[in-house]
Write a protein that binds this ligand. Structure first.
Ligand SMILES: Cc1cc2nc3c(=O)[nH]c(=O)nc-3n(C[C@H](O)[C@H](O)[C@H](O)COP(=O)(O)OP(=O)(O)OC[C@H]3O[C@@H](n4cnc5c(N)ncnc54)[C@H](O)[C@@H]3O)c2cc1C
Length: 416
């Protein structure tokens, strides 16, 4: 298709990367958002660009892990059970995928997207000189117990054999020697040297600057309501402020996307998976490398300009309360592992709605209802890490160019 006007709905990391690659492919691009650019889930996440995160949540151990976490009084995983057919349907689809075969299949869908994204971040951040605290220092999965360490040895073997993503084993004192911010006496850790991280809010601010410099129009505070259609094509997006015409449209509305299922002509089983973060000043004894405390589900991001604790997963619909007990859980978890778990001052307390699909794989492709509308949503816990590959794939599909990776696993109609 020859390049004309492209309208992107949603200015998160997925919308921003789609805008970048569409503009480079010659499209005249407009991005619109109901709020501010980059202020959704892409704002306060942990910033990991982590090709190591190959395995999706649904897997053979997921149900047992979830039940154990649900039984904890203030565990990292929560479901607010309620009468909501969409949630029950989502859970049924999720449970169906909690087996070894579907987990491996989802891993094979995520692996190329993660790999492509990791190298695109490095290239584009360097080429465009994006000032976003990019660090390629790797990431350690830390275990408090030796049993946890041994259990992960099986996963490490699987990741190495099936996807070529091995970790370096760090036992006992090797771990605290490698990362002195950790307390001695922990079970050990697995180090992924391929992983990198950045500061997400800085990255989104830099993407906004870059896109504006390249002539992309950015419209904030404009809520998309529906498409104006002509037969099997969309002609315009309708917002409460009027209409915006275009030749092609990309729906990159993250956790909000199921609201448009009917118009898009397919079931979009995405549930908001609420997570929290606290951004602080750097503690004196700050970790050098990002850390995930697997048994307590707390993630630590050392930034040039600060320090962030993040995680927890709550299925509570579109609940927008910032719960203090969830924030405290992050600090309490970090205190088990770190000499100095918190820094001063607290700069931001935040939550975001991860767009969770029941198979752990994003939804990327053409809408079955309208030939010139594309969907790019449902990036789960790895939307930053898979954002650049997604944006490039979107631009290729929209422009009719050969895709750099097989789009079949991400097809929108797979749940219908
Ligand atoms: C605590 C936490 C830590 C995380 N850590 C990581 C990490 O380290 N690495 C990683 O890869 N991922 C991480 N994630 C996940 C990641 O943040 C998400 O996968 C990603 O941000 C999703 O991006 P998105 O662009 O799809 O959604 P969003 O960033 O939410 O963007 C969607 C946009 O669409 C807009 N929108 C919605 N409806 C409309 C409408 N009707 N009209 C106009 N605009 C609309 C919204 O306002 C929003 O700005 C984390 C998430 C959380 C919560």
């Amino acid at each position: 298709m020859s390049a004309g006007c492209a309208v992107i709905i949603g200015a998160g990391v997925i919308g921003a990367w789609s805008a970048y690659f569409l503009e480079r492919a010659g499209w005249k691009v407009t991005v619109l958002d109901q709020g501010g650019f980059g202020k959704g889930c892409s704002h306060g996440n942990c910033g990991y660009v982590s090709p190591s995160h190959v395995l999706p949540i649904p897997g053979p151990k997921a149900v047992g892990t979830a039940i154990r976490a649900l039984l904890q009084r203030n565990g990292p995983f929560k479901i607010r059970f309620r009468f909501d057919p969409a949630l029950w349907r989502w859970m049924a689809l999720f449970l169906r995928r909690c087996n070894y075969r579907d987990m491996l299949r989802a891993g094979h869908a995520l692996h190329p997207l993660l790999q492509s994204s990791r190298s695109l971040y490095e290239q584009v951040i360097g080429k465009e000189k994006l000032d976003c605290e990019w660090q390629a220092r790797g990431l350690i999965l830390v275990f408090r117990t030796k049993a946890g360490m041994e259990e992960y040895a099986e996963t490490n073997h699987l990741l190495a054999e099936e996807y070529g993503v091995p970790a370096k084993r760090l036992d006992g004192d090797e771990l605290s020697a490698f990362e002195p911010a950790l307390k001695p006496g922990l079970g050990g850790g697995w180090f992924y040297d391929i992983d990198a991280h950045l500061r997400p809010d800085r990255f989104m601010a830099e993407m906004r600057r870059l896109l504006a410099e390249r002539g992309v129009t950015i419209l904030e505070g404009q809520t998309f309501r529906e498409f104006r259609r002509k037969g099997p094509q969309a002609e315009a997006v309708v917002t409460e402020r009027g209409e915006l015409t275009g030749d092609v449209f990309v729906v990159a509305t993250g956790a909000w996307t199921p609201r448009f299922s009917k118009q898009l002509g397919c079931t979009i089983p995405i549930e908001p998976g609420k997570g929290y973060s606290i951004t602080m000043g750097k503690p004196a004894h700050c970790p050098r490398v990002p850390l995930i405390f697997e048994e307590h589900r707390v993630a630590v991001t050392p930034l040039d300009s600060g320090y962030r604790l993040g995680s927890t997963m709550e299925f509570a619909g579109y609940d927008s309360t910032l719960r203090r007990d969830r924030l405290e859980l992050l600090k309490a978890g970090a205190a088990i592992y770190l000499h100095e778990p918190v820094g001063e001052p607290v700069l931001e307390e935040w939550f975001g709605w991860r767009p969770m699909t029941p198979d752990g794989v994003p939804i990327i492709g053409r809408s079955p209802a309208m030939g010139n509308v594309f969907i790019a949503a449902g990036h789960n816990m790895i939307g930053l890490a898979t954002g650049s590959g997604t944006g490039r794939l979107v631009a290729e599909l929209v422009s009719g160019q050969p895709p750099h990776l097989d789009p079949h696993p991400y097809r929108p109609e797979r749940f219908t």
